[in-house]
Design a binder for this molecule. Sequence first.
Ligand SMILES: [Zn+2]
Length: 138
Amino acid sequence: MTDTISVREGLFRETNDGPTLLAGRCAQCARTVFPATERCLECGDDSIESVELGAEGELLCATVVHMGNGRFDAGHSVGYVRMPHDIRVFSQITTSGEQPLPSGTPMRLEIAPLWREGEQDVLAYRFVPTTTKEADDA
Ligand SMILES: [Zn+2]
């Protein structure tokens, strides 16, 4: 029997409309950050509300990492995705080829077991391009 744990509480949640990332919005100055912090980074207030960012974003930039790190093999992609509230999320990027995706690519959030720790699958988030162009491996 396999247990599943979340990489960290409060980063994302499944809704009826699909997964959403959870940011924190300061009730005082409206600064919104992801991941949510206990105190506002702008004004120091601790009245932080949870805000759903949804699942849709746009790729700002991505790169291919040529070094494995224990969780991901060499050749995986990471990048920044721009979400609502002008939030930039650093994330694993799922691609079908070796080339990094161009900036501006529409991206969609995906919650999945991304690696294992001991006997447990760790549930985390990543982004996949919504316009999937399968690479022609001729
Ligand atoms: Zn604030």
